[in-house]
Design a protein around this ligand. Structure first.
Ligand SMILES: Cc1ncc(C[n+]2csc(CCOP(=O)(O)OP(=O)(O)O)c2C)c(N)n1
Length: 585
């Protein structure tokens, strides 16, 4: 049977079919749907959202040590968080197969940076598989698990946004049930990398790499597609699909297993063609290596490493390579199209916190989540973003450096559990005075409403303990901890003002569920009475997409279809011009 699956769904299917019994991860676009699809098989596959990627990888490592086949999922920046266990797991190695899916985001569709996870394969000295489509995405999970068990190594499976989110035909197969008995076999020299044994493991890693290099040269994942000998293209991942479209006649070396570099195969391919072109998205990892092998090739000279590749960009590269002027392929977008930056949804509870902060001259160190959108005008209350958890720690750093203004850190609930807690602990430990606001919308909203340790429900749908952010803050030693309802602007403003004035650390937990998750309006829709409105523009400063209006002096109007009924506009109006609309009218 065939099914049209996205790359992420295909990976989930591959894990199910290949007998994975433990799957862990932390959400992050474009990887999130893998576990969300795999959980459909929860009777056979244990699935969990872990609090962060490091935890996810360590949980899977423990499971794999007992002989279980495991899958771990994360986005590219998540692998930075999981890098510590990864580097040493590469020494200790696998028992049951372990495949770590890392989803890169060239073009930064929904990420704070554009990093190339292939470096991690080389860095950790472990193999990496790069599917080009959904069919391979499924097959490479099984292949990765087999390689993992045969060579006792963790295996990276790297997708990119296009591979993760494009759909393709995939042939389904039955599940191969796991055959290993689940039992941890005690063997300290095998599992304990103290220097004595770690040095031996270090030697084994090099031997394994040589064995894997030989395997990569013969694996069906790496293949030569013979064509015109004038041009030979070495490529991997989604770039392969673009290459087939733009250079249908060329000879191609397609690398499904791109590290360890299959040197002999590369040499064999290069000697059979007149000119070698390397087509790779982001960094010139293959090109550098091929050049270091003494093989002349082109790549970066005609294709920039910034942003996502596309058939269009490669058509331009082709013209450059052939010495022609680049064809005018894309019509330039109309210059007068209005910019449409993303905005907080109508009714988003985060808006109340930004409104309260707008009353103060403070520095706000933001974090990653829906509340990042508070950076845009008219809210404009986020001054920095670095990485998950950075909202808390940057605040403390500014404070300790002597920043004159009060520094406020903002994190979401999922981010607090991911990597905010240690930052709060640090503020107390090191006698800081920052105010941290946790905008707790009872979900991991930005990535699509995943559960987290505070929501009281697991990925598999079981009820569980809902961790209390306020209790954790108190346990970290914060004396000033309070909870506010962000829809109540007076309450929120008073709490923010009091905590900013305090000379000691404080945590404000702003609690109200995400309106898109609950699908319940917090209150009745609102309307502006034109005869009362003074067109002062205060309501527009909330930046609510449902409040439509031009510059100061023009009459604002509530868009009925968008209004979520949070009532903040009514609270900010000084003239009583905004009122609830009776339903049914
Ligand atoms: C290390 C890392 N892992 C995952 C992500 C993807 N990601 C972006 S925001 C976010 C969580 C947002 O949830 P929360 O903090 O609760 O804020 P909300 O979006 O609900 O306002 C995640 C997981 C990331 N950017 N960095």
């Amino acid at each position: 049977m065939h099914e049209l699956l996205s790359g992420n769904e295909a990976i989930a299917r591959g894990a199910y079919e290949a007998g994975v019994t433990v799957a862990t991860g932390y959400p992050g676009t474009p990887s999130t749907e893998i576990l969300e699809s795999l959980v459909a098989f929860k009777d056979q596959v244990y699935c969990e959202w872990s609090p962060n990627e490091k935890v996810a990888l360590e949980v899977a490592a423990g499971a794999c040590f007992t002989g279980a086949r495991c899958l771990v999922t994360m986005k590219h920046v998540g692998l930075n968080v999981a890098a510590d266990p990864l580097m040493t797991l590469a020494y200790v190695g696998a028992v049951g197969g372990i495949v770590i899916v890392v989803a890169d985001d060239p073009g930064m569709h929904s990420s704070q940076n554009e990093q190339d996870s292939r470096h991690f394969a080389r860095f950790a000295k472990i193999p990496i598989l790069e599917p080009s489509d959904s069919k391979e995405a499924k097959e490479f999970v099984r292949l990765g698990l087999e390689i993992s068990e045969q060579f006792r190594t963790p295996v990276l499976l790297r997708t990119t946004t296009r591979v993760s989110h494009s759909r393709g035909l995939v042939e389904l197969a039955d599940r191969t049930p796991p055959t290993r008995e689940i039992k941890f076999e005690k063997d300290p020299p095998r599992f304990v990398p103290i220097p004595l044994w770690g040095r031996i493991m270090r030697q084994q890693v090099e031997k394994r790499l040589a064995d894997l290099r030989a395997f990569a040269c013969t694996s069906a994942a790496n293949r030569i597609e013979s064509g015109d000998r004038d041009l030979g293209i070495i490529t991997a991942s989604i770039s392969y699909e673009y290459v087939k479209e733009v250079w249908p006649q060329a000879s191609v070396l397609k690398l499904g297993m791109s590290y360890p570099f299959p040197d002999d195969l590369i040499r064999q391919f290069a000697t059979g063609v007149k000119r070698v072109l390397v087509v790779e998205e982001l960094d010139d990892i293959l090109e550098e290596h091929i050049k270091a092998m003494g093989i002349a090739c082109e790549g970066r000279s005609v294709i920039s490493g910034i942003g996502e590749l596309s058939p269009l960009r490669l058509t331009e590269a082709r013209a450059k390579l052939d010495g022609h002027a680049a064809p005018a392929l894309a019509a330039a977008p109309a210059a007068d199209l209005p910019a449409r930056p993303p905005v907080l949804c109508p009714g988003c509870p985060h808006r109340g916190v930004f409104h309260a902060l707008a009353q103060h001259d403070v520095v706000v160190t933001g974090d990653i989540g829906c509340y990042s959108l508070g950076v845009f005008k008219p809210l404009a209350r986020i001054d920095t973003i670095l990485c998950m958890g950075g909202g808390v720690t940057l605040a403390h750093g500014m404070d300790k450096a002597g920043e004159k203004r009060k520094v406020v850190g903002i994190v979401g609930d999922s981010t607090f559990f991911h990597s905010g807690i240690t930052g709060v602990l640090n503020i107390v430990f090191n006698r800081g005075a920052s105010t941290i606001i946790v905008v707790d919308n009872r979900t991991t909203a930005m990535t699509g409403h995943q559960d987290n340790p505070g929501t009281g429900r697991t990925l598999m749908g079981q009820p569980t303990n809902a961790a209390s952010i306020a209790d954790i803050a108190r346990a970290c030693g914060v004396k000033r901890v309070r909870t506010v309802n962000p829809y109540n602007l007076a309450e929120t403003k008073a709490a923010v003002a009091e905590e900013l004035a305090a000379d000691e650390p404080s945590v404000i937990v702003s609690v109200a569920p995400c309106v898109l998750k609950e699908k319940v309006r917090p209150g009745p829709r609102r309307a502006v009475a034109a005869d009362i409105c003074k067109t002062c523009g205060l309501c527009l400063k909330l930046g609510c997409p449902a409040m439509e209006g031009g510059p100061k002096g023009t009459q604002p109007v509530v868009n009925d279809l968008l209004c979520a009924g949070c009532g903040m506009c009514q609270q900010v109006c000084k003239f009583g011009a905004v009122a609830a609309v009776e339903e049914g009218l």
